[in-house]
Design a protein around this ligand. Structure first.
Ligand code: ADP
Length: 637
């Protein structure tokens, strides 16, 4: 039956077929990786044939045929049902491939990205103009699939005596003849698939009869017997000396274990000696998985003990904030019968974990220093987890504080970030604290009236845009001996950072200006009694008429929104309304207070003022309709 590929598959195939990618050989890495996964699954499901007595019978066979110009890859893994074939080979199911399509906005980049990403099964069409798949899952009808990659495919039931597993036959293009050459195939397999845990056998095609050789007298010699030959060493890549592992090899290994289609952002090869000996090969994935923050997402590393695979998802090897790391750890110090419970409270595991964390943090320090673009990418993917680490891992908190990044008043856009170290290095002499402003977006922070005085004084303010940032501020509290201080909290006087003008209760002494504006302050305090705790003159504002700030110890407006977003009960906190004595509007309102004939107007102006403070803070207006009406009324005067 003929069927049409999903549009995305056709797009993908079009890119693959027409790409001028020079390392087309990676198609074999992809097909062997799929075969190995299929065997993993078969073992996992405990599907062993009576005939297949032991694991050692699992193989991937590579069968070149130079005469017919075909290459066949066979595995005895799980196989696929007809529905699975349709889904897996007719649609873009893997998230990696979707990402690839998103990344290839510009066709010209396709070749390079194919190599970096790998496009799974469809890579076969780089070298083949026809691909046939014969597959059978235990207990299901065998299926035959074929396509020339040009929009449609054929799918039919196949013979009942088909063996379990999958056979993929590539009819190679004229310019892909090299992939029937034994020597070339050996080279490719050793480069990209050496670590595969099952034997990859290079097999002669039974249908090809080699040319009979003749001896010196012209007599035909008996045909040379060609036997299958295992090509991969199956040697654990993490146990080889670092200097001998080529980046292509470790990248291919990463893609295989992480089921990722991109190269990793960083690779960390560790061979620890001394009290605890172990080897590890760790990777930072370039893109965080979508389910990174879900409790049951795949996390943790693979663990081997003396060549024996212990488990896949061993979370005890790393703290939670490094859950994005992928890779393998092998130790010969642990007992072979190590159980999950044992892992949780094991001295050796603890020591390994400590070394792993310190190596990962050194790698990140190095990335920050020497690969700033990569570090930026890292921060967008995992920066939030590092902030979490700053307070969940006190032992490494100092190192982690060097690695967290924030936008600030010095940033041109939300993506330009600064480290705390750089922030401190820019602090003017008079500035003693590190200031931050929490807001929902970069623009809301940047336009906040609260920043006016900071700008005037040349004090930089960090923007805390991520909901986690405020927790960070609360728990981490300081960097390099300098306190983290909210720009919109407490009564702040940048001219008097050390509080010299405050009395012994920390209250600033009353000034003539305070006394002058007292009638207006009292009026507003009374009018907004339900929402406002205090009204006072501001040291933060230079242009705007007013703003809200939080009490020194109260919950900030941003924190309230965060709590609401997480469905937490939000205590009603009253704000402090700060007025700018230099604002003509405030001056005008002061003059209106004693004049009973303009009482209604004064009330309306006060409500506009209140609305403006709400807007600037990012709080929804209490009464948007009335606010609009008042603004248009005053504008029309
Ligand atoms: P990915 O391997 O990234 O998921 P592929 O396009 O390579 O993407 O393969 C799609 C799916 O097809 C696989 O996830 C797997 O379920 C199935 N598949 C591919 N090759 C085989 C095979 N040899 N045996 C069984 N299933 C396979």
């Amino acid at each position: 039956m003929q069927k049409t590929f999903q549009t995305e598959v056709s797009q993908l195939l079009d890119l693959v077929i027409h790409s001028l990618y020079s390392k087309k050989e990676v198609f074999l890495r992809e097909l062997i990786s799929n075969a190995s996964d299929a065997i993993d699954r078969s073992r996992f499901e405990g599907l062993t044939d009576a005939a297949q007595a032991s694991d050692s019978d699992y193989t991937v066979q590579i069968i070149p045929n130079a005469e017919a110009n075909t290459l066949t890859i066979t595995d005895n893994g799980v196989g696929m049902t007809a529905e699975e074939v349709e889904k897996n080979l007719g649609t873009v199911a893997s998230s990696g491939t979707k990402r690839f399509l998103q990344a290839v906005k510009d066709k010209a980049n396709a070749p390079e990205l194919i190599g970096q990403f790998g496009v799974g099964f469809y890579a076969a069409f780089m070298v083949a103009d026809k691909v046939e798949v014969l597959t059978r899952r235990r207990g299901a009808q065998a299926v035959q699939w074929s396509s020339d990659g040009l929009g449609t495919y054929e799918i039919e039931p196949a013979d009942d005596d088909t063996a379990y597993g999958t056979t993929i036959r590539l009819h190679l293009r004229e310019d892909a003849k090299e992939f029937t050459d034994d020597w070339r195939l050996r080279e490719i397999i050793r480069t990209y698939s050496d670590y595969i845990a099952y034997p990859i056998m290079l097999c002669p095609d039974p249908s090809v009869k080699p040319e009979p050789k003749k001896d010196a007298d012209g007599k035909e010699l008996p045909p040379e017997e060609r036997v299958p030959e295992q090509v991969n060493s199956m040697k654990a890549i993490w146990k080889r000396p670092k200097s001998e592992v080529k980046p292509e090899e470790s990248n291919a290994f990463y893609k295989h274990i992480a089921h990722d289609s991109e190269d990793p952002l960083s690779t960390i090869h560790i061979s620890a000696e001394g009290a605890t000996e172990f080897q590890a090969l760790l990777f930072i994935p370039r893109t965080a998985p979508y389910d990174l923050y879900f409790a049951n997402a795949k996390q943790g590393l693979q663990l081997y003990v003396r060549n024996v695979f212990i488990g896949d998802d061993i979370r005890e090897l790393l703290p939670r904030y490094l859950c994005f790391m992928r890779g393998v750890v092998e130790s010969s110090d642990l007992p072979l019968n190590v159980s999950r419970e044992m892992l949780q409270d094991n001295q050796i595991i603890r020591r390994i974990r400590k070394t792993l964390v310190s190596k990962i943090l050194s790698e990140l320090e190095d990335m920050l220093k020497n690969r700033p673009d990569d570090f930026k990418l890292f921060t967008t993917q995992y920066g939030r987890l590092l902030k979490d680490g700053c307070y969940s891992d006190w032992e490494n908190s100092d190192k982690l504080r060097e690695l967290v990044m924030f936008p600030s008043t010095k940033s041109e856009d939300a993506a330009t970030l600064t480290s705390l170290k750089d922030y401190v290095s820019r602090m003017p002499e008079a500035q003693k604290q590190i200031y931050y402003l929490s807001a929902d977006t970069f623009d809301a922070a940047r336009n906040s009236p609260v920043l006016e005085a900071f700008r005037k004084h040349g004090f930089e303010v960090l923007f805390f845009i991520d909901p986690i940032d405020e927790y960070f501020a609360e728990r981490v509290r300081e960097y390099d001996g300098k306190a983290l201080r909210a720009a919109d909290r407490g009564d702040l006087d940048l001219d008097d950072p050390e509080g010299k003008n405050k009395d012994k209760d920390g209250k600033p002494a009353e000034t003539d200006e305070d006394r002058k504006f007292a009638p207006l302050s009292e009026y507003l305090k009374k009018r907004f009694e339900a929402d406002v705790k205090d009204v006072r003159l501001s040291k933060r504002l230079t242009d705007s008429a007013c703003c809200f700030v939080a009490d020194e110890y109260g919950v900030s407006a941003h924190m309230e929104r965060v709590m609401r977003a997480f469905n937490q009960p939000v205590p009603k906190t009253k704000r402090i309304l700060e007025l700018n004595p230099a604002s003509p509007l405030i001056e005008k309102m002061l003059g209106m207070v004693p004049d009973a004939s303009v009482a209604d107007d004064l009330g309306d102006l006060a409500d506009v003022l209140f609305g403006q403070a709400q807007l600037a803070e990012g709080t929804p207006l209490s009464d948007p309709a009335r606010f609009n009406l008042l603004v248009s009324r005053f504008a029309a005067r």
